[in-house]
Design a protein around this ligand. Structure first.
Ligand SMILES: Nc1ncnc2c1ncn2[C@@H]1O[C@H](COP(=O)(O)OP(=O)(O)OP(=O)(O)O)[C@@H](O)[C@H]1O
Ligand SMILES: [Mg+2]
Length: 582
């Protein structure tokens, strides 16, 4: 029974490295090769599973030994290097140097933008490098290196060198389990972990049972970051290289308008729900001294690892709405964002940081002075997105499946809830928050889909709080369940996209982009059933082009540099062709 199970699951549709994950989005579990991941502990369960009496004795909710799920990595004695220190201290730079000189390797980043940046950098240094995220596969001939989003980590391949960037994300309530999986599962001779020193004790504890060798290397900031004693006070004092940080999209556009009304500056904008390609172009434009854009207005979407030519960070507020409540920014959040100013080797070697309002300065200064990184975890636990000194873990599909065999009447929602309520964990782990999955499960449980299909829809990059995005998912799942084939045109009419004329229309276009992105994600996992990837991709490009036209209308200017002009042209060409088609 166990082998049949494996054979069936190893069929291309269900497994192939083309995998089950999405990257750069919001929730990620699982990976390319579920069956192999089932590994030692679970294999034993599978064997026992052939006898239903024995199976009943196995507690599939026992997640106390996640390191045993990765037999491939456990066969290696890995040299683990922890590169820790403040922002802008060269951690990622050093690790990437090791990757570049390795015979094969993988960079695992927390964001699509970082994966793109690293792939570009390696290819530029003549190290052919594939780019793989949930929604992209850019393969380069002869590549033995990959730059990926962490959820795409392949725990069945051998690497000479692997990097996991921003390892402190292991404590993130939703995405931490993907970092844990990469940490325990990457089969690399050398594993480089970059991030905050706060992660050191936890990583050391977790790796005590793996037999790996660990070395910790501490870094110092490469260029100074100066907290200013005076607030900005007014946008009339904005200057080239400034980045104003605020957390709502309405505020971002309001501030952009206010700054541009002064007639001295043009602003690029970067925030989470902008399509990633638009975010990159906005950031590139800001970085390019010859473009018109010289000021950035951004949310904390700039907060991780990105290298931007920022001279001064100006916090317009030190509070943000985190989806549940308005709360103060945590110390690490403030440090991460402030750390974007004065990047080493950028146009501004000395960074400055201040607030718009004088009232916020004391909190800013005390946060930047905060001494003990380990204590920071105490602060982290109070924020809703991190947990203290524990790493996220989540049952892989095998466990859910085996549990479901014992409880055939249970839908995905009940199974997930059961794991949430009953999971046994060791003291270093917490079970990842799966609220988003539960919302999807409640919808797809009404459809006659296999558990595997349901699982796929659950882990897809849908934002259930976004009406259009959740409607898109429901429609895709319904059509898939009815016909086994989902044509994009059944849900979306190409040729109807327009430049938004209001903020509501802009938001709608951003959501449509998310639905198209979801289609592309599904098309990489259910290729035959979602055949219109090319159309979805070209429509995504149109969405970002129209959003950029909106930004232009808001005072933003198209870049004048040759490289960027060519980029814009190719996007226009795609859209023209697509428009002609319809
Ligand atoms: N030895 C070096 N020579 C040249 N440039 C360097 C060197 N070290 C770092 N840099 C550059 O300095 C900038 C910051 O380095 P890096 O991105 O590695 O910092 P980091 O510590 O990873 O920061 P963060 O915590 O924000 O991710 C990058 O632009 C990087 O290319
Ligand atoms: Mg870094």
């Amino acid at each position: 029974m166990a082998s049949l199970f494996f054979r069936r699951r190893l069929s291309p549709a269900s497994i192939s490295y083309k995998s089950l994950l999405h990257g750069g989005g919001e929730f990620y579990l699982l990976q390319g090769n579920m069956a192999t991941e089932a590994s030692f502990g679970i294999c034993n369960c599978l064997r026992k599973f052939s006898s239903s009496t024995a199976a009943r004795k196995v507690d599939f909710t026992d997640l106390t030994r996640p390191h045993t799920w990765y037999p491939h990595a456990r066969k290696k004695s890995r040299n683990v290097f922890l590169h820790v220190g403040p922002t802008n201290s060269g951690k990622t730079y050093y690790a990437l140097k090791q990757l570049e000189s390795s015979s094969s390797g993988v960079y695992c980043g927390p964001l699509r933008l970082l994966a793109w940046e690293v792939a570009k950098r390696l290819n530029k240094s003549n190290v052919p490098c594939d780019l793989i995220t949930g929604q992209e596969r850019e393969e380069v001939e002869g590549a033995r290196h990959k730059s990926i989003t962490v959820e795409m980590a392949d725990v069945t391949s051998d690497y000479d060198c692997a990097i996991i960037d921003e390892i402190q994300m292991i404590g993130c309530r939703t995405r931490g389990s993907s970092f844990t999986r990469a940490l325990l599962g990457l089969a690399a001779n050398e594993l480089h972990l970059c991030g905050d020193a706060a992660a050191v004790p936890l990583v050391q504890e977790i790796l005590k049972v793996t037999g790996d060798t660990i070395k910790v290397q501490y870094y110092e900031r490469l260029s100074p970051l100066v907290p200013l004693k005076v607030p900005l006070g007014s946008f009339s004092k904005i200057r080239t290289g400034d980045c104003v940080v605020t957390f709502s999209r309405t505020e971002i556009y309001k501030m952009k308008k206010q700054i541009e009304a002064g007639g001295m500056h043009r602003c690029s904008v970067v925030y989470g729900s902008l399509p990633p390609e638009t975010r990159t172009r906005q950031a590139t434009m800001f970085n390019d001294a010859s473009s018109n854009s010289d000021v950035l207005v951004a949310s904390d979407a700039i907060g991780m690892g990105l290298n931007l030519n920022i001279s001064r960070i100006i916090f317009s507020t030190l509070q943000k709405f985190d989806g549940v409540e308005v709360r103060d920014l945590t110390v690490p959040e403030i440090k991460q964002i402030a750390g974007r100013a004065g990047r080493y080797k950028s146009n501004f070697p000395v960074g400055e940081v201040t607030c718009l309002n004088a009232d916020d300065l004391p909190l800013l200064h005390s946060s930047l002075d905060y001494p003990s990184p380990v204590l920071e975890w105490d602060v982290l636990i109070k924020s809703n997105n991190f947990t203290m000194q524990r790493a996220g873990v989540f049952p892989n599909f095998d466990l859910l499946y085996m549990y479901s065999r014992l409880h055939p009447k249970h839908g995905m929602h009940e199974i997930l809830e059961h794991f949430m309520d009953n999971a046994k964990l060791s003291e270093h782990y917490f079970i990842a928050n799966c609220d988003e999955l539960l919302k999807v499960a409640a919808i797809i449980d009404t459809l006659p889909l296999s558990l595997h299909d349901k699982y796929l829809f659950c882990i897809s990059p849908v934002e259930m709080d976004d009406d259009i995005s959740s409607q898109g998912l429901t429609q895709f799942a319904t059509n898939y369940s009815n016909n086994g084939l989902v044509r994009l045109r059944e849900i979306f009419t190409p040729g109807t996209l327009k430049v938004p004329t209001s903020h509501t229309a802009l938001k709608e276009l951003e959501s449509i982009h998310k639905v198209l992105d979801l289609y592309v994600w599904l098309s990489y996992r259910l290729e035959e059933s979602f055949p219109d990837r090319e159309l979805a991709s070209s429509q995504k490009a149109i969405c970002s082009m129209l959003i950029e036209e909106f930004l232009e209308g808001q005072g933003w200017q198209r870049p004048r540099t040759k490289r960027l002009t060519q980029k814009s042209k190719s996007i226009s060409l795609i859209s023209q062709e697509t428009r002609q088609k319809f």
